[in-house]
Write a new protein. Structure first.
Ligand code: FAD
Ligand code: NAP
Length: 545
């Protein structure tokens, strides 16, 4: 028998994806002495920050918190320039991390994992790629991201368009010069709302195609003063502890009051203060019942609507921009810099797709029921097949050759969002059923990867070779996740949290809404209890590669 080639190796772990998740998984698992290979579809590290290079892209969790916490040295040596760093700076940071921890040597870029099939006889995953790799691994870690499967509307006629078109999540590396162009942006989620003000400044004319108006809050982005940064760095451990102990893994104090408990004037004063401070958390943590009680939510929603009416000069435009079909924060609120103000510009037109839907793309632009909007370039800010999309785009097969797509046909089923029954030794980083997108994701990623690393250490130390969620534990977790979601206002919105943005996708609330601390303590208890809810099986000693 010939020796395995580099493309047909036997590994301890395959990690899919080289964003924040895959990089930290590589760092931790390699540190355990395991042989690890990362495959990444992009030509560099960074994941979200590698792909989303659209104008105005930046984080919406403050950079001092939206960064790795695992290395105090890394925390101290990196300086952030702004409260919310722009995409190029976040990408530079991730590249710095990859260099600093010498991660590149175990990452194969420009390689998409096409299939991962569990071989029950060998107890190993056979992982194949579009570059001809065919490797065998005991463990497979899917760090494929929650928001990495971009979706462009299925418009056959798009091919007929004579101009250029782009998706915000697959932006060209060389950038796009909109000077002198008539540009159309389709979509007013976070990506649209960040890019529209910047594109409007460059384009000769911008047409915004809006299907659903959105709640957006001012970012109040600003340069980070050196002494502010130094102060945070001096107390970084307590900031990180506060983050881990807060609902969204962001260091804010939990609100104690109910919105309707305070007088209207005082409530308004608090909302004004939150609006002036800017940021996601200021408004969402004003009162503790905003996401639980519709009447409470209405007070915040109405405050934001009043701000839109104040900012937007044309009352008809303001009305179209005003969200009324979902409670505030049941879709991820957007964070903007001058979004509503942009509609006061002479070179910006708003098209209400509820009144005049897109009929087709024509060679010269976008045809709605109201006529053709002539365009040179179209930007689709139309989002992602979130959370399940990146996983289901890989042909993952577990016991009995059962495809994950079959098991999840009515919605994802996981235990803790980390594992799924029938797929032994497969781990998902920030999978459906975990806090993931409802939290500061870097912190959520670290918690998942640490849990996985500890789990693999435990298996090795105790002579186990395999771990698999039981169906009973998974069923109970899925019920728990659903019960929590149903006690909130979240299911009232047609959001990507619910899978509602992808035609035919099952309507299931995808993330865990019980809060980060509660989730972490459950994960810790499960581990401390000998991995309760998992079946552990003995096998060859760890490190047999
Ligand atoms: P990703 O960064 O998505 O990386 C996954 C990687 O896996 C990608 O590079 C992809 O190419 C690769 N991949 C997927 N499938 C395959 C395959 N089959 N084979 C090979 N490679 C594959 N979260 C926050 O908490 N705060 C923010 O401010 C914030 N801002 C965001 C802004 C934007 C524009 C977007 C889209 C998301 C934002 N998020 C934010 C969420 C963000 O996705 C996470 O914070 C984080 O970057 C996710 O890291 P990840 O490694 O889990 O996934
Ligand atoms: P999104 O929130 O899903 O928004 C997509 C937008 O496109 C929505 O306005 C949607 O309208 C519209 N759309 C989709 N299909 C359409 C169609 N066929 N015709 C017309 N309109 C269509 O996607 P996103 O803006 O890329 O953001 C996704 C998530 O990524 C965010 O929620 C956030 O978690 C993260 N993100 C964060 C930041 C940040 O500030 N740091 C920036 C970007 C993204 P409907 O609402 O009617 O479906």
């Amino acid at each position: 028998m010939s020796a395995p080639t580099d493309r047909s190796r036997r590994l301890d772990v395959v990690v899919v994806g080289a964003g924040f998740g895959g990089l930290y998984a590589l760092h931790r698992l390699r540190g355990l002495g395991l042989s690890v290979q990362v495959y990444e579809a992009g030509s560099g590290v960074g994941g979200t920050w590698f792909w989303n290079r659209y104008p105005g892209a930046r984080c919406d969790v403050e950079s001092l918190e939206y960064s790795y916490s695992f290395s105090p040295e890394l925390e101290q040596e990196w300086d952030w320039s702004e409260r919310y760093a722009p995409q190029p700076e976040i990408l530079r940071y991730i590249n710095h991390v990859a260099d600093r921890f010498d991660l590149g040597r175990n990452i194969q870029f420009d390689t998409r994992v096409t299939a991962a099939v569990f071989d029950e006889t060998l107890g190993r995953w056979r992982v194949t790629t579009d570059q001809g790799d065919d490797v065998s691994a005991r463990f497979c870690v899917m760090a494929t991201g929650c928001l990495s499967a971009a979706t462009t509307p299925d418009l056959q006629s798009l091919r007929s368009f004579r101009g250029d078109w782009y998706h915000t999540g697959q932006w060209p590396h060389e950038g796009v010069d909109f000077s002198g162009q008539r540009v159309g942006v389709v979509g007013t989620g976070s990506s649209g709302i960040q890019s529209i003000p910047v594109i409007a400044q460059q384009a000769s004319h911008l047409v915004v195609f809006q299907r659903t108006p959105n709640f957006s809050l001012p970012a109040r982005n600003e340069p980070l003063a050196p002494d502010t940064q130094a102060e945070v760095k001096a107390g970084y451990r307590s900031l990180r502890d506060a983050a881990r102990n807060s609902f969204s893994a962001i260091a804010v104090s939990a609100p104690t009051e109910l919105a309707l408990q305070v007088e209207p004037a005082e409530r308004r004063r608090r909302y004004e203060a939150a609006w002036a401070r800017g940021g996601l958390m200021s408004m969402t943590t004003t009162f503790r019942d905003l996401i639980l009680d519709k009447a409470a939510n209405d007070t915040a929603a109405e405050f934001i609507r009043s701000k839109i009416r104040e900012i937007v000069v044309d009352p008809d435009v303001a009305r179209v921009l005003t969200p009324t079909d979902h409670p505030f924060a049941t879709k991820r609120p957007c964070l903007d810099t001058g979004y509503f103000e942009t509609f006061n510009r002479d070179n910006v037109t708003l098209v209400d797709l509820r009144q005049t839907p897109i009929t087709e793309i024509v060679p010269t632009g976008i045809l709605t029921t109201d006529g053709v909007h002539e365009l040179d370039t179209i930007v689709f800010a139309t989002g992602f097949d979130a959370m399940t999309g990146p996983l289901l785009r890989v042909d993952i097969r577990g016991r009995g050759d059962r495809p994950l797509s079959d098991k999840w046909s009515a919605g994802p089923r996981t235990y803790l969002g980390i594992a799924t029954a029938g797929f032994p030794n497969l781990f998902i980083v920030t999978g459906p059923g975990s806090p993931s997108v409802l939290s500061n994701m870097v912190i959520a990623i670290e918690q998942h990867v640490d849990w996985i690393a500890d789990c693999l250490s435990f298996l090795a130390a105790n002579g186990f070779d395999a771990i698999e969620a039981t169906v009973e534990a998974e069923d109970a977790w899925v019920d728990h996740v659903n019960q929590l979601a149903n006690a909130t206002l979240f299911p009232r919105a047609n959001s990507w949290y619910m899978g509602a943005n992808v035609p035919g996708k099952p309507r299931v609330f995808l993330p865990y809404v019980g809060g980060f601390p509660q989730y972490c303590s459950t994960c810790d208890d499960v581990a401390a209890d000998g991995y309760r809810g998992f079946r552990l099986a003995p096998g060859p000693a760890a490190g047999d590669g």
